[in-house]
Design a protein around this ligand. Sequence first.
Ligand code: MN
Length: 205
Amino acid sequence: MTSRDKLTTYRGKRHFGRTREPEGRQAPSGDAPCFVVQIHDASTLHFDFRLEVDGVLKSWSVPKGPSADPQDKRLAVPTEDHPLEYRDFEGVIAAGEYGAGTVIVWDEGSYRPLPGKKGPSRTFSEALERGHASFWLDGSKLHGGYALTRFRGGSGERESWLLVKEGDECAGRRGTPDARRARSVRSGRTLKRVSQEEAGEQGSG
Ligand code: MN
């Protein structure tokens, strides 16, 4: 599948005349693959964890967000592939639109796949398809090894995964900060600040 085809579900859910979210036209940069973690104050407040794989952002909704503590097993529910440009999206998705609510970029950086226990021959995307992949994050907030493991679903059933910190020198006891108080790694803004600023823009324009 090309990355354009992979975005059919993403595009089908959105009206690009009514949301500032990207349509997805950008080609991959060729640099180290990126990751981004956004906080999304939609019908339920959650974190969106996204990894660049084969030209799109593979995405999971993580209700509690990633933790630096290897004992925390964080539920991660797959969502549709997002375009690479989505890593830049911070703002408000209008009421009535899919995912309506405020988004901030909480963390971002690059990652590298870690060799799986079943040998290095498997590509990262094959590892994900088979339901287990580990990777090293170099972000501003998140550092070190993490693993994503599918524990339920496949073949039509809704999938559930776990996002877990690996036990390495970057592990710690600190969980995830309160999503309402957390600040954007891009702008330093909280969710509340972003929504207030966008409301102000609309009021004056
Ligand atoms: Mn979301």
